[in-house]
Design a protein around this ligand. Structure first.
Ligand code: ADP
Ligand code: TRP
Length: 320
């Protein structure tokens, strides 16, 4: 089974990225033949500064490896190292109805937030379909926000198969409902665009300050506290054992413990949860060209697959 996913290098990886995308991807690498890539071509739609993009790619690669992506098991590479994906994207675009892209929420959301309505942003789901189809992917682990893009990829695959015969497999999304939405510091979905993120590898003092700054209501210490929509509980659930979580939930329901203490417990939980990953990250940072070696080796393996798929596609559409 071929598993594939990508993540955009648009900033420092946070707990939403970790629990929503990186952790499920890392767990799935045991289950099949996994391909994971850094979607730098996609990031160009929003990050238009070469130095920033380069730094983001590096940081994402380091953090993903530190969190457990194992290059001995998974093929880990940079999207732009496999240039055939842009060729396939063009071919797919010739069968993609405008209406399919016009219905996509992400384009509307991003332009509403002030990003320029470029053709790249509009055509983003076509490139994503190419990413998926060019690796003959069976399963694509993504966050819930990417569900519509997976449907677009399947629609495009169907259109290609109708026009040219059975050239593409239809990919299935894998969306974990339990961690589908990680809450941010303000209770809304954690996202770089909302400025409410907790970075996975924030230094201890920064992490503490962020967690102590989580928005809470004015319930007094002795009173029971609302558990619904609490970021403290929502985040604690992700990092704590079942027993520790239940103990905190009881403290919410019974009252008698203030938000400050609950936040301190959350901080300790998050810090502890990533302790092995932090040591691994130090090792990775100490090996100056490890990331380059991993990504270049991954790119060769990826190109090996895409060469075969593209030969099939070019033949089917008449480009040979
Ligand atoms: P951001 O919203 O911070 O810009 P991205 O859109 O780049 O994050 O998301 C990268 C990956 O991380 C995607 O697979 C997305 O589904 C996942 N992800 C991001 N934020 C969250 C969240 N709060 N909860 C669950 N998954 C998330
Ligand atoms: N669009 C995805 C995101 O923003 C990243 C991505 C690009 C991707 N290509 C992909 C995810 C292919 C899965 C498969 O999170």
């Amino acid at each position: 089974m071929r598993i594939l996913s990508g993540i955009q290098p648009t900033g420092t990886p946070h707990l939403g990225n970790y629990f929503g995308m990186m952790k499920p991807a890392i767990e799935l690498q045991e289950k099949g033949d996994a391909f994971y890539f850094i979607a730098d071509l996609h990031a160009l739609t929003t990050v238009q500064n070469a130095a920033v993009l380069r730094a983001n790619v590096r940081e994402l690669a380091v953090d993903f490896l530190a969190c457990g992506l194992d290059p001995a098991r998974s093929v880990f590479f940079r999207q732009s190292d496999v240039s055939a994906v842009t060729e396939l994207s063009w071919i797919l675009s010739t069968v993609t109805p405008m209406g399919l892209l016009e219905r996509c929420h992400s384009f509307k959301d991003k332009t509403a937030r002030g990003f320029a309505a470029s053709h790249g942003l509009f055509a983003y789901p076509v490139l994503m379909a190419a990413d998926i189809l060019i690796y003959d992917s069976d399963l694509v682990p993504v966050g819930r926000d990417q569900k519509q893009h997976l449907e677009v990829a399947r629609d495009i695959a169907v259109k290609m198969n109708e026009a040219y015969g059975e050239i593409f497999k239809l990919p299935e999304p894998s969306i974990r409902e339990d961690t589908a939405i990680v809450p941010g510091l303000d209770g809304a979905k954690m996202s770089k665009s909302y400025n409410n993120t907790i970075e996975i590898f924030a230094p201890e003092n920064v992490l503490k300050k962020k967690i102590m700054g989580i928005k809470t209501d004015s319930t007094p210490v002795e009173a029971p506290k609302p558990t619904e929509n609490s970021s403290i509980l929502g985040l604690y659930k992700l990092v704590a054992s079942a027993t520790d979580y239940q103990a905190m939930e009881a403290d919410f329901l019974n009252g008698g413990v203030g938000y400050g203490d609950l936040k301190k417990r959350l901080f300790a939980g998050v810090w502890e949860y990533f302790s092995a990953q932090r040591s691994r990250r130090e090792e990775i940072l100490a090996d100056a060209d490890l990331v380059d070696r991993v990504l270049s080796d991954g790119a060769s393996k990826a190109r090996h697959v895409t060469d075969a798929v593209m030969a099939r596609v070019r033949k089917a559409v008449g480009l040979v």
